[in-house]
Design a protein around this ligand. Structure first.
Ligand SMILES: *Cc1c(COP(=O)(O)O)cnc(C)c1O
Length: 220
């Protein structure tokens, strides 16, 4: 079974990296997956899931949350400002905080509710124009600004450029985190999570290796 295999590979990667067993959180990325596949993984005990689209997650997860205790949801896709309110009510963590206006909205909502999801700041380590994220050279200022708004910054997140060696990107993210005293590192996907663990990932985001290939046509 794919979940058991990925979990076993994760435990082996932790061990190889001299990391404590269970110190890396496996986020099962369930976006656009057919419900029976997600339910199978819930039935096997997985409780931490990642989603990319607020509306899709808001549609799917209330039923599963009622049925399975202890589900934690992580928002890993780009977050549009007009969906921020729904997102903070739904998600336990947001990995895609990538601009000052979004941070301000999140801070205002946190103030009003007296609680905030865990905040990860997305860094555009490859400086790709089409990709979301704070540029590396602006990361220190942005982290400080988020902290000044009392947002609970627990980690940094990156999505390395396609078809490039991800290791320099993992290293860069770890360096930015270390010099800012940020503990969490959300990095590593189906194809490279073991490398990410070797470079300090605390959260890996694995979709297709657990659930199978996504049918992109099914999204809308
Ligand atoms: C879809 C997605 C993943 C999971 O990708 P896989 O290659 O299926 O493991 C991880 N992170 C982000 C940000 C994603 O959008």
């Amino acid at each position: 079974m794919a979940l058991a295999e990925i979990t076993a590979r994760l435990r082996a990667a932790e061990k190889a990296a001299g990391r404590a067993e269970g110190s890396v959180t496996l986020i099962a990325v369930s976006k656009i997956q057919p419900s029976p596949r997600v339910e199978a993984v819930l039935d096997q005990g997985q409780r931490v899931f990642g989603e990319n689209y607020v509306q899709e997650a808001a549609f799917k997860w209330p039923t599963w949350r009622a049925k399975y205790a202890g589900v934690k949801l992580h928002m890993i896709g780009p977050l549009q400002s007009n969906k921020t309110k729904v997102a903070v009510d739904l998600f336990d963590a947001i990995h895609s905080v990538d601009r000052p206006s979004l941070a301000e909205r999140l801070a205002n909502l946190a103030n009003a509710r007296g609680a905030s999801p865990d905040i990860f700041i997305q860094i555009n380590t490859g400086e790709e124009p089409q990709k979301a994220g704070i540029l590396p050279q602006q990361a220190d200022d942005f982290i400080a600004a988020c902290r000044a708004m009392f947002l609970p910054v627990v980690g940094l997140m990156c999505i390395p450029p396609d078809e490039q060696d991800p290791v320099p990107h993992f290293k860069m993210l770890a360096q930015i985190a270390a010099r800012n005293g940020v503990e969490g590192l959300s990095m590593g996907m189906s194809s490279d999570f073991e490398l990410a663990v070797a470079h300090g990932a605390t959260h890996i985001r694995v979709g297709s290796a657990i659930f199978g290939a996504r049918n992109v046509v099914a999204r809308t």
